[in-house]
Write a protein that binds this ligand. Sequence first.
Ligand code: FAD
Length: 376
Amino acid sequence: MIGTVTDDLVAEWSEFSESALGGLGSADFRTQWKAIAGGGILRTAASDASVGPVTRALAAVEGIGVGGTPAGLCYALASQRFGIQFPLQSFGAPAWTALADGVERGDILLCHALTEEGGGSDPLSMTTRAVPSGDGGWRLNGRKAFVTAAPVADHALVFARTATERTPFALSAFLVDLSTSGVRRSDPFPKVALTGVPMGALDFDDVRLEPERLVGQEGAGLALLTTTTSWERALLLGYALGPMRRVLDRTVDWARSRRQFDRPMGGSHLVAGRIADMALAVHRSRTLVYAMAHRFDRSESARSLASDAALTKISVAQDYLEFSRQAAMLGGVRSFIADTGLTVDLADPMAASVYAGPNDLLRVSVARELGLPVQN
Ligand SMILES: Cc1cc2nc3c(=O)[nH]c(=O)nc-3n(C[C@H](O)[C@H](O)[C@H](O)COP(=O)(O)OP(=O)(O)OC[C@H]3O[C@@H](n4cnc5c(N)ncnc54)[C@H](O)[C@@H]3O)c2cc1C
């Protein structure tokens, strides 16, 4: 799963991202996106005997992070790649087929519009509504909030209610062109985690959707959501592997060079133990996420991987948070001052416990799978 070929890919992507983003440090999000996408990170590679397309995509995401791509951009690329592109490829709707090439080139940016102000954890509580327009199309009304990339995206995968009852078939999904009349994008929200990518809201005011905008069948929204969330939970946190490896390397350097009590700080068993725990978190997270990529490459279905994807997401999110806590401790005051080279962002790893299904709710579903009579 993780072997020499994967490590070589990670190294290649690391090198590519350093040169692609060189001099673009203060460029806007779309410019940076395009620079990285230009290397083909959003394109599905042909599978070869040693590494499948999902593992290749994961190695690319890890590699750009190792190369120093800002965490928010790594997150956004991973979110589109694993949470939208791969799932839509398997659904293969006409609206997706028309967009695929532009998306893979990095010219068309997508966002995943599920959450509403009144209900994030509970999709069936959504109020955004699509009603038949009488000519095979739909009219969309409502508001999605807290959507990554919404202020800058071109198209959104929007989940909307197409039936009033609270049933598994009440939701449908649409690929909506955000330049359509009646769509309004908010300004970016003043977000404090993953600041490298904007987040915002989308308002739909009687937006006319052609019939081919529907993804899958009417009522298949929750089934598609099960697919997109399985992919996300399995692989999205692959975005953190690169930043974690960078933080581990620089923490080791710091512990070797910093002198305390007339010896290097890393000569303390307590410090060494913390660093070993950080390495363990990176190792465990890499092993879990690459194992999931390998299983997708073996064509295991998103539905069959749902439980393991949830366990992977919980585990990596917890490890990422604990890892960052250790790094912050060892950096001392420098962890909290910009430009020290040791700054630690604790908001990014904390946010990982919330998106793609809050860890608490995922834990409840894990317990339910084990046979406990527990509901959300
Ligand atoms: C960085 C980031 C990026 C995001 N990007 C997107 C995006 O691109 N598209 C999108 O649609 N959304 C996005 N979201 C929103 C995200 O999906 C929601 O935050 C998530 O679904 C949780 O919804 P909520 O925030 O409304 O939390 P709530 O539903 O209000 O829940 C808050 C907390 O309460 C607890 N809780 C609530 N109910 C239960 C229960 N029944 N059992 C146990 N615990 C419970 C949990 O601890 C939970 O974390 C993003 C969020 C973040 C932080």
